[in-house]
Design a protein around this ligand. Sequence first.
Ligand SMILES: Cc1cc2nc3c(=O)[nH]c(=O)nc-3n(C[C@H](O)[C@H](O)[C@H](O)COP(=O)(O)OP(=O)(O)OC[C@H]3O[C@@H](n4cnc5c(N)ncnc54)[C@H](O)[C@@H]3O)c2cc1C
Length: 406
Amino acid sequence: MSGTSERNRVVVVGSSFAGMTAALDLRKRLDPTYEVVVFDPRADFTFIPSLIWLPFGLREPEDISFPFAPMYEKKGIRFVNEAVTGIDVDARTVSSLSGDTLGYDRLLLATGPRLAFEKVPGLGPVGGHTQSVCNMEHALLTRAAWEGFLENPGPVVIGTAQGGSCFGASYEFLLNTKYRIKKAGLEDVAPVTFITAEPFLGHFGLGGVADSEQRVEKFFGKLNIEGIPNNTIKEVRDGEIELEGGRVLPFAFSMIVPPFAGVDVVAQTEGLSNPMGFVPVDDEFRHNEIDSIFAAGVDIAIKPPHETLVPAGVPKTGHMSEIMGRTAAQNIAADLQGGERKSLPLGELEAICVLDAGNSGIIFKADHVLGDSEHPRVMAGPQAHWAKLAFERVFLETRKRGFASI
Ligand SMILES: Cc1cc2nc3c(=O)[nH]c(=O)nc-3n(C[C@H](O)[C@H](O)[C@H](O)COP(=O)(O)OP(=O)(O)OC[C@H]3O[C@@H](n4cnc5c(N)ncnc54)[C@H](O)[C@@H]3O)c2cc1C
């Protein structure tokens, strides 16, 4: 890699919904004299939303992933298949695992979350007792655990831990698991409990969308799922979860989405992030205090609009991450070579939650992720399942070919 003196370069750290979308958009906008460089330790893109289906054998890894290198090469973007391990904000350089250093004019952080299992004793698939579907490796472990459960069924506990924010994922996995339990004829031996940090069911970290609380409660009643909101997990032990207050939930199978935090390189670089490791940004997705740095996706800081009894974060969906990435790309290009800027206050971001339930589901659309929505929409039925399928197919087919938008 070249040294710090050579610039005319935008570096993107992280290549997923936010970073990959931004890099492709930047390449379209920027003059060819600017180089776009993307770092990611992963060689393949994974469509994370479909990991809810992988444990049940409904998707194989190759169905929902593709390699970055050929796509980026075709688009004239340099892809470095390594993690960024150091950021020098003053020198405007990043360094990677191999020890190389690269200068940048603008840096876009799109690193997603660190899965902070350590915040709850006994949580997580590595060194703990619960499963996760937050990345490909974890979803494959969950598949093995599910196969074990089918041999030895028993109670099931699914949910999101205190401090979590990715509530849609746990609801979807819950509804798909319940659907699979029914199909396997195991409903009598496998009661299902849902635990969540949300103050009420259907809150989603957004304060609810229209009548989402009633809708989710009705759904749970129909499916015979016990929902426990306002929940704090005290400890997970082999085969049981102890909640704050003393209740113990035994389980034969459990998937709990962990709290999220910022990744180490961001959290450990002085002045870059808040105490949780998330990056504070302005309405252009530029760092609040560092002009040359932008951030988009799950790694940005969003203050929850309402305080909750149990800490619950604001969800940052794949769709929101794409929009943030595209907005950051437009403003980076405007910084470097002029052109129209875009301001998108966080409060104006819209959120679409698709709760797939196996063959049907519910779609919630909030026109403002923070505060009250003027036109919230809720749609229940098989179209929710089809919407998720369409999102998967369209996203994978467009990005595999290097298109930044649908
Ligand atoms: C089970 C599940 C289901 C979901 N379903 C939906 C859904 O139906 N619809 C929806 O819109 N959203 C859904 N989401 C949310 C969606 O997956 C996230 O919003 C999205 O992945 C966030 O994109 P991102 O680019 O910010 O981060 P990520 O997708 O987490 O990607 C971050 C990237 O940064 C890389 N990285 C990390 N550290 C470094 C480093 N130091 N150097 C270089 N690269 C680094 C990582 O390897 C990774 O590739 C779901 C999430 C889960 C877990």
